[in-house]
Design a protein around this ligand. Sequence first.
Ligand code: FAD
Length: 460
Amino acid sequence: MNQLAFEPDALSHCECTGERQVRTELESPACDSTLTVEEAAAKTWDVAVIGAGPTGALAARQVALLGLRTLLVDRSSFPREKVCGGCISGLGRRLLESVGLADLLDSSHAAPLGRFDLAAGGRRVSFDLPAGAAVSRISFDAALVRNTVEAGVAFVSGTTTLVRGLAAGSRLRRLVLQQDDRRFVAQSRMVLVADGLGRTSLKQHRAFAPRVAATSRIGLGATLPGTAAEIDAGHVLMSVARDGYVGLVRVPGDAINLAAAVDPNHVREHGPAETVRHIFTQAGVKPPTGLEAVDWRGTGLLTRHSRRTAAPRLLVLGDAAGYVEPFTGEGMTWGMLSAVLAAPMVADWLGRDAAESADDRLASRRECRRLAHDWSAVVRAQIAPRQRDCRILAGLLRNPAAVRAAMALIGVAPTLVRPLIGHFWNAGKGIDLQGSSTIQSSMERTRHKSSRPREVSSRI
Ligand SMILES: Cc1cc2nc3c(=O)[nH]c(=O)nc-3n(C[C@H](O)[C@H](O)[C@H](O)COP(=O)(O)OP(=O)(O)OC[C@H]3O[C@@H](n4cnc5c(N)ncnc54)[C@H](O)[C@@H]3O)c2cc1C
């Protein structure tokens, strides 16, 4: 079996069998910490954000722009790699534009995407893909972190964070910041957890344990040389078979990004290169050359959700709040959407919290529950329906007869797919990207159903 290195999030599920290598051609300038971990622990923060992927970095930027003292912590040093197809949907692009980050795609050398080729059972169909972009996660995530720092966020990298329980009556959440073998305790009025699929910062809190789908696949990723496959710039080639699907896209730096969702048993038996080759062959696509020679990276089981997305003075965002298989390439968009929705809500809540009397513990507890309840409502209204639709599509792809029928139908009537692409790739219906009216209406809808916020345990 050739080398496979699992992302640290996945270590609880899978065995780490190799070392990760960052390709030098795609490396971005370093994003250094802006303060030491000792300095971070010595201050009291308005907002501490755990995880500097697209969700956490954007959330930190947005709350800092609203005037809050913000700390962003990541256990990795940036630039860092991430298993991902690197496709940003039309909605993701509009989200970035709406917060003044239209230039971010240019500065991270994103390539415009124009076509989606779907291959299965020896057939191939193509359709236009409006308004998307392909990024290298090494460059994109690093560029976003740099932008976040420019917005005034304090950044500490190479530091693993653990969330502590909220002491009764306390208005500050404590976080353990661990760097090498040194540990410090930081304090913040609000914590945003955006630490990805593994949600490791909450591992001590059973209430947040994710429910992982029994038939879940794992993610595989690799960067191939630009000559490894025939694929045009701006095209996504998705090969679908019984044991999973593999996406190829040309990314900046004359490289091809390979990202796959595959049956973990197949990988265990045959290794990542053979599993991916098998999927290409079944789909009727010539496999790229050199699959055995690349460094493979793996994730934990992908499809998971949690009943809890909030606790007093703590909101969970992005992949950490739940994820489904990546067929529609929307994970970054879901995460960035949750960041954009959370920021004004958090700023507004902290403004009222600061104005409240320090002695009124009862009112403070009630308000904590109210925020947790409102955030859960926003996640249910804005993110969960998008993930549900993606889960339905991914479920259909597991049925070979359904895939054959769909390919035949699309072959004779390709326009049938247009509304689906619009739905998954461009849909921003009901989202007010300029303001918080979406949040208000989500909150009002749920408040209408239950006039009192449900009890949210404050043990965590
Ligand atoms: C095979 C595959 C293909 C995909 N293709 C696409 C695609 O084409 N388009 C798309 O939009 N999405 C895609 N996705 C999904 C996308 O990668 C994720 O949805 C996205 O990265 C989520 O962003 P995030 O910021 O929530 O989490 P992440 O990007 O995972 O960031 C989490 C960060 O938290 C840090 N961290 C973790 N634990 C701790 C801790 N305890 N303390 C401090 N820091 C911590 C990590 O180092 C990491 O930097 C794909 C996923 C897979 C597996």
